[in-house]
Ligand binder design. Sequence first.
Ligand code: OXD
Ligand code: MN
Length: 580
Amino acid sequence: MTTRLESLSEWVAGIARLTQAERVHWCTGTRDEYDEFVREMLARGDLLELNQDSYPDCYLHRSDPRDVARVEHLTYVCSDRKEDAGPNNNWMLPAEAREKMNGLFDGCMKGRTLYVIPYCMGPLGSPYSRYGVEITDSTYVAANMYLMTRMGDAALAEIERTGRFIRGLHSVGELDPERRFIMHFPEDLTIMSYGSGYGGNALLGKKCHALRIASYQARTEGWLAEHMLIVGVENPAGETHYLACAFPSQCGKTNLAMLIPPKSHRGWKVWTLGDDIAWMHLDDEGRLRAINPEAGLFGVVPGTNRHTNPNAYESIRRDAIFTNVALTAENDPWWEDKDTGEPVMDWQGRPYDPANGPAAHPNSRFTVSAKNNPSYSELAEAPRGVPISALVFGGRRRELTPLVYEARDWAHGVLVGATAASETTAAATGKVGVVRRDPMAMKPFCGYNFADYWSHWLSFENRSDALPRIFHVNWFRRDPDGSFLWPGFGENLRVLRWIIDRCRDRVDAVESPIGYLPEPGAIDTSGLDIELETMQELLSVDPEAWKQEMQSIGEYFQTYGDRVPQRLRAEHGKVLSALS
Ligand code: OXD
Ligand code: MN
């Protein structure tokens, strides 16, 4: 099969020539095709069959041990002008980057199959959905794209109808970390990724398209592409409120998106719409509506068990691809905190020896269709998405940041998002556990200058008076001994309830220099073994520590120079003077 869209067929032919691919396969997106990908990978040893009785249609992929996470230091935004990429991105001149990448792609698919993957981000037929074509030489990528996006004929038909698509070129190359680059050309709507097979670097629909390129498009077109989960919280009266929440990688987005209400909350339900990315547009009434551009979950495996995330645990019992987990003697997948079974072989295929570190890689992943999730919302397929009542920012902070607080208004909320910070995790290579500024959880994903991004966020203030309220949460506050103060997981619903009550004007709040905090007792802790003092500690604001934080934020803003919007500086100034 090929295409009648000349711009696409010419591009594919040119890449096939450049890379000297042996054959070209146009992906149709059927289950039979996926099964064939799996058979080929099993034959080559790229996939291993897991125990088919306990884990039907589940497979294990072991990646190159040097290719297990996103590589932010090798990820670039190549805009014409350096200042348009901003201090938040690595930058290279587009011509230079293209030359470098063409050199790497030259002849790199000799003897390999080139897959052409037309895909749709968002529900097919939604006015908010966008299309792309990824070219790759990795069968693993093609199989994962089948689970993560709406890929194949239907997407191609739409691309042929409109002629519009994002071009994504990917090769695993030699998997050599010294010859690895993830390049974005937002002004040309193009992505070039070489030398990695890891999800965030190689499944180009996800971080590269749906965040870096889409954030750039969203700014020019007046919408938002964000690193946010989307959930619906249904109360016992049957009313559902939708929330979009931004947390950095490995801060529990998937767990919150799939939350099962605790036993104390009979009659409540939480519906998953997305666990990683939200595209949000203003509708005719000025409400922000969100769709999830993805169709699957690419989640962190360690820590997933029947208590922390029963829905995820259930979702990955069939039709899942596991990457870099360990194995039990029964050939079941195993990971840290699985709560059942014992590892006999680690993620690198060595006999398990605790001296070698964790059995599963800390960033080991599962890929499954979102439809596997028992709490998947039907509205996740709705072309117009869902109206968002609250936007929630968060991070992983041992101290300082209270369990929850609310911004005074939209502009203050933009400051709250812009000042978010978190301890780093294994989702990206580099040191783990150091606090870094991660505005809107978009540090690794914003395809242009953060200062312009904040202006874009602020611009919504003048476009609608029905915008969602903005909150900040921190599930990760600890006592001096290092123990978590808040139980987290399903109990986080108690905090979401306060957020929703605020949105409906059902509860008052206490004003503080950093925003509105819950009144004592306003967060329902019935049935929880948590002392009053612990709640006070969780909701406390230390003015001295906050002053330092705001001063350091002021210094951070300085690194963006004059482009930082005056409105944001004014909000920052207001908080700082309230703390003095
Ligand atoms: C992810 C990430 O994989 O944020 O979602 O790293
Ligand atoms: Mn993510």
